[in-house]
Write a protein that binds this ligand. Sequence first.
Ligand code: CTP
Ligand code: MG
Length: 242
Amino acid sequence: MSVAAIVPAAGRGERLGPGVPKALRLLGGAPLLVHAVRALAGSVQVGLVVVAAPPHDVADVRRLLADHQVGASVVVVAGGESRTESVALALAALPPEVDVVLVHDAARPLVPVALVDAVVAAVHAGAGAVVPGVAVSDTVRQVAPDGRAVATLDRSVLRAVQTPQGFRREVLVAAHAAHAAHAAHAAAPGAGATDDAGLVELVGGEVLVVPGSPEAFKVTTPIDLDLAEAVLASRGIGGLLR
Ligand code: CTP
Ligand code: MG
């Protein structure tokens, strides 16, 4: 089977604060995107990485990935207004022979290669859609708009979902096609989906959750970038965790 990875990297990173787009922010001297692509390329399974870049930065991102020796064939396309749109644009750029697709946030630069391999293995073992999930350590309480607590959720059945998410190509393509077909309507499926597995669920598909990794955390706010610097500094030369 031929495996390709899609990296949505076109977000602005508003929660991280002013500056260049989040995927281009530096971590240990290299952009978050470069770390993420290196981790994907670290899996022997992954032969191609398609990056959805901020539309104004496509040429810069191409140059950047050529200069940084990421270890895989890379294609860069312009991303869209939403993460879903960015993934759809990258999906349209995949060559025909690809039959397994990973989708991995540029904002998760420190994902261990072993997690990439585990997600691919679960798709190879027969799952149509696979997501890594980690246990929730805080108590999770549902609240009303006025701040009153409504309920305390049973966290033993909850998982915080990460990337890379893995799909049989036709499953991901069908989920995105259904989303695009309904996008014009107010109650579009996908309106409530923040990831690709969510789109698969909305069309009735099954999603398998495999164990995630604390190191696959997403860089969202400034403290996440501080944490990422500390984690990276604790790793060996090259910064890749196998
Ligand atoms: N993403 C994308 N295209 C968009 C929006 C997001 O490719 N139009 C990507 C981001 O670049 C990131 C991933 O989706 O790698 C996860 O999104 P998120 O963490 O929300 O990143 P941003 O949207 O950049 O951050 P923010 O929401 O704080 O602006
Ligand atoms: Mg966002």
